[in-house]
Design a protein around this ligand. Structure first.
Ligand code: HEM
Length: 464
């Protein structure tokens, strides 16, 4: 593997314990952020497990074991953890993201083609249009204007999803409503599912707080509006891609119920906007702290794109821009913890796990395992370039680099999200530099997703 060449920016991460903290300390820290609970040896271990209340909880942290867990043993380890299922259930019901077994299989068959990579060339001009609207709005704000890069990116990616998948404008007011709703949802949703850890049955009531219910209502009322508008437009002959949900039939030939359509629309909205938004927010932050990387990015944009509008065909040539987004996803994977519940007894590497055990591939650990990634905490996009020919992309090991997960449950919007991220860095980076607002302390916080805190104040400067 490539060796580090020059000192690079090391972005913030929570302090790591020298020796494993007590379970109680870990539980207390996890309430605020899952990133704060780890000790140094967690990053270097291949596999480790502890008993939490009545459940065995394991970390799988070596590529061959990740393959065993998520690829080879998918049938037994396809179920999301009870914590994830119960946290997201109010919002997604039995939607693809949280379902398993036959329901998951049937829904994946319906949802994956809607957002599949083969659709991306058709979506890209719409993505670029949305990004250019944001760019133009920023231009009107003038040099030195302050933005919250996190909410700007979230509103922009929500608009992208709405226009590409639902074939209609979301509009800034609704985009803000959705983005605030998701932020509120994450802030208040239960981070630890104590009843499940105590092996209490699935039907045991989990209380979702008043604020979670309020946030859920906020999001779902916008989604209902979008679906209603879509159904109206469709009756008038509109054929946007989400029509596939309305056209879909179950195995008995019956159309999907309104509830199922809403659940899957919520999955696409939730999975499809916040992840990309967080990636972009982190990318702007990392670029703002790494002048050498930003200079290389700007050189690439000036050479490949110049003054004209960015096009989809540029994506294949924007190798360094891609490396920046790849490296951002390595350091700050928006979904840093992939947790599964064993549906049967299963053996991974040397260890046998009982049915009900929780097995986790923690991208936060795997991506910073120094045995897999030299200079693991540093921001060095070059690690994703070919050593011999730096104009070429280097494909990482798909079991060591898992920002989109791996195996049959891999992100169904992978190409969509990757392309959108590259295009956004290109369209906005072509015209702007974003500087971190002086005095801002940026720290990664992980609840359901990994974000740079609640906001990311940045200052806009037009590139001259
Ligand atoms: C940078 C952007 C993105 C990242 C990092 C990302 C990451 C992920 C990850 C890690 C999972 C699996 C979660 C788990 O196993 O617990 C996932 C699932 C999923 N993602 Fe993405 N995603 C991104 C963008 C998108 C976009 C743009 C869409 C839709 C347009 C999308 C749709 C989905 C869906 C539907 C699933 C559920 C797949 C299943 O369970 O079968 N994602 N994503």
């Amino acid at each position: 593997m490539e060796q580090p060449r020059e000192p690079a920016f090391v972005p913030p991460y929570p302090e790591r314990f020298e020796v494993p903290p007590s379970l109680l300390t870990r539980v207390q820290l996890a309430r605020h952020s899952f990133l704060a609970i780890w000790c140094k040896s967690d990053f270097t271990c291949d596999i480790a497990s502890i008993k939490v209340l009545k459940r065995e909880v394991a970390i799988i942290n070596a590529p061959d074991l990740v393959k065993q867990a998520f690829q080879d043993n998918h049938p037994v380890l396809q179920r999301k953890s009870p914590q994830m299922r119960h946290a997201l259930e109010p919002l997604l019901g039995d939607g693809l993201f949280v379902s398993d077994g036959e329901v998951w299989k049937a829904r994946r068959k319906i949802v994956a083609p809607i957002i599949h990579g083969s659709k991306v060339p058709e979506f890209a001009p719409v993505m670029i249009q949305v990004m250019e609207e944001y760019r133009d709005r920023w231009a009107q704000m003038g040099d030195g204007a302050e933005i919250d890069a996190l909410s700007e990116m979230a509103e922009m990616t929500a608009e992208v999803i709405c226009r590409t998948i639902f074939g209609q404008n979301l509009g800034q007011a609704y985009a803000q409503e959705i983005v605030t709703g998701f932020s509120e949802f994450q802030r208040h949703v239960g981070q630890l599912d104590i009843p499940s850890m105590m092996n209490l049955p699935e039907w045991f009531p989990r209380l979702s707080g008043r604020r979670v219910r309020k946030a859920t209502r906020r999001i779902l009322s916008v989604l209902d509006e979008v679906i209603d508008r879509f159904v109206d437009e469709r009756d008038k002959g509109d054929t946007s891609v989400i029509g596939a949900l309305l056209d879909a039939r179950d195995d008995d030939g019956k159309p999907l119920s309104r509830q199922i359509i809403r659940n899957e629309a919520a999955v696409i909205f939730m999975a499809g906007h916040e992840t990309t938004a967080n990636t972009l927010a982190w990318a702007w932050y990392l670029l703002s702290q790494s002048p050498a990387v930003r200079a290389k990015l700007e050189l690439e944009l000036d050479t490949v794109v110049g003054d004209r509008s960015v096009r989809f065909s540029d994506v294949a040539k924007l190798t360094y821009t891609r490396a920046i987004t790849d490296e951002t996803l390595r350091l700050y994977p928006p979904v840093p913890m992939l947790a599964r519940e064993a549906m049967e007894d299963v053996t991974i590497g040397p260890q046998r796990f009982r049915k009900g055990s929780i097995l986790m591939v923690v991208a936060w650990l795997l991506h910073r395992n120094p045995g897999l990634w030299p200079d693991a905490d540093a921001f060095r996009p070059e690690r994703f370039l070919d050593d011999k020919d730096p104009t070429k992309h280097r494909k990482p090991n798909k079991y060591a680099y898992v920002p989109f997960s791996t195996g049959p449950r891999i992100c169904a919007g992978l190409i969509f999200g990757q392309t959108e991220s590259i295009l956004a860095v290109a369209v906005l980076g072509q015209k702007f530099r974003l500087e971190l607002k002086p005095g801002t302390d940026v720290q990664p916080v992980c609840r359901l997703t990994l974000r740079p805190g609640d906001s990311l104040p940045m200052i806009l400067w037009a590139r001259t």
